[in-house]
Design a protein around this ligand. Structure first.
Ligand code: PEP
Length: 259
């Protein structure tokens, strides 16, 4: 049995303005409180648009809600002439605990490479923000049965130059691209196969302690109805949840998977 606290993280993507955000956070907090949510059994984090961060921070800190929060992207630059970008310092000043780096949608629509994602992870860590680093194969790779070597090559690249201590502290999200937003969830065995292989690789690269401590999430069409079986896998330490996190009751049920 591992000592890793599972992390259930809701990726809002480009949904909810700051007024809608306040409504969802309050409803989620009430639902979790009613169900006697125990954050020591599963940590819950909200990964929200930049424009929602201040509102979400104010609610969570003001009401001492048992929720973490963070952003969906981070600039590799410190400051300066980078129109539209948001720096690590800006996110740290808002008390962000987490930031998603390398989501498949950013890889696909913004051309993000493993090398850039590696840089973003380093910038986040240097600012005291925990990166949630996303990896995962597309359908053609899965059909060819190449998912494990493909994802391990991504792991080698996104973790390059990080210390064992840094890797022990961060989160890796295994998100098979064919399962994101498609309703097609990987089987618990599929999730375990790749998450387990990632942990072995972290051990080879950085030693047993980093492998034991690093949290590895599964993401891809996680819902209240399938989370329990996925979380029962030994190397799955949580879930990165897209669509289902926009409904307070459903996300609460996912956070409460242990109940
Ligand atoms: C995601 O965007 O990280 C994700 C897993 O989305 P969904 O849950 O909607 O498949």
């Amino acid at each position: 049995v591992s000592n890793r606290t599972p992390l259930i993280a809701g990726n809002w993507k480009m949904n909810l303005n700051h007024v809608e955000a306040a409504g969802l956070v309050q409803k989620l907090a009430w639902t979790l409180a009613d169900a006697k949510y125990d954050p020591s059994k599963s940590e819950a984090a909200l990964l929200v648009p930049f424009t929602d961060l201040r509102t979400v921070q104010t609610l969570i800190e003001g009401d001492k809600l048992p929720l973490q929060f963070g952003a969906q992207d981070i600039s590799v630059h410190d400051k300066g002439a980078y129109t539209g970008e948001v720096s690590a310092d800006m996110l740290a000043k808002l008390n962000c605990s987490y930031v998603v780096v390398g989501h498949s949608e950013r890889r696909e629509y913004h051309g993000e490479t493993d090398a850039l994602i590696n840089e973003k992870a380093k910038v986040a860590l240097a600012a005291g923000i925990t990166p949630i680093i996303c990896v995962g194969e597309k359908l053609d790779v899965r059909k060819a049965g190449e998912q494990v070597p493909f994802v391990l090559a991504q792991i080698d690249a996104v973790l390059a130059g990080l210390t064992a201590e840094q890797v022990a502290s961060l989160v890796i999200a295994y998100e098979p691209v064919w399962a994101i937003g498609t309703g097609e969830v990987a089987t618990p065995e599929d999730a375990q196969e790749v998450c387990g292989a990632i942990r072995v690789r972290v051990g080879e690269l950085l030693g047993a302690e980093a492998a034991e401590k690093v949290r590895i999430q599964y993401g891809g069409s996680v819902k209240a109805g399938n989370v329990v079986a996925i979380m029962a896998q030994p190397d799955v330490d949580g879930a990165l949840v897209g669509g289902a996190c926009l409904v307070a009751e459903e996300f609460a049920q996912i956070v409460l998977f242990y109940a």
